[in-house]
Design a protein around this ligand. Sequence first.
Ligand SMILES: [Zn+2]
Length: 261
Amino acid sequence: MASGLIRLYFVTTASALTGYTGLKPPLLKQILMRLVHLCVAGLLLLSGMVVVVAFDWVTLPPQWDPRIPFEVRSEPNWFRRLQAKTISKTPEKCLAALQAYAPSVEINEGFKEAEQTSCGIETRVTLTELGGMQLKRVTTACETALSLALWVEHDIKPVFAREARQVKAIEHIGSYNCRKIYGTNRWSTHSTAQAIDITGFEFEDGTRWSLIEDWQSQPVLAELGERSCRWFRQVLGPSYNRAHANHFHLSTKSFPLCRGG
Ligand SMILES: [Zn+2]
């Protein structure tokens, strides 16, 4: 019965695809069968790997070991980046990872604004510092704070260390704002604090770089904007449009778009 249904599926799929590709049904059937074999082989291989790791038959390097809990400071390979995305969507795990990195974080009760709006913050935190860098007091969503922490740790710190500059403060113009996207009827990701606007950096020697004044002369700013796309789904900066001439709009929601550099 099942094999009959699978056969029927291949025959109908192959004949449907013939119209699109111009390939003959027997050849298409062959290609589809190969794909199925590949998928089955992949699944078997993956299951084998899970069993091998679960029973401790091999020792994985810590940066690839799923049994070692995620930390903001973990090496940002693709596995840890995927883990970061999953964790940032799970309130308890997000708060635990954020607290471990920034013990000064305040955890606040979530809230929702009036019914006719989409506004509110589900997993609400308040930051005044991240990775030893000051932040003007800001209330935001945990996932935004965690993405910001990852950017601080893996991009802002090493990039400015390379430039022999020590960041004292990250300058911003806020995260939560119950408003719609300018010129549209859609709610902004700021209405749920799933975005933050970064305007520049102040250094320990008293100097500062702002996006509005130093974008052209300091290419490091564009480099940091580009690198933030690893942690945020949508990044808009001075190269995107005039509305973003003075800040990076870093959002953990919205459609994926990287215009930070
Ligand atoms: Zn913004």
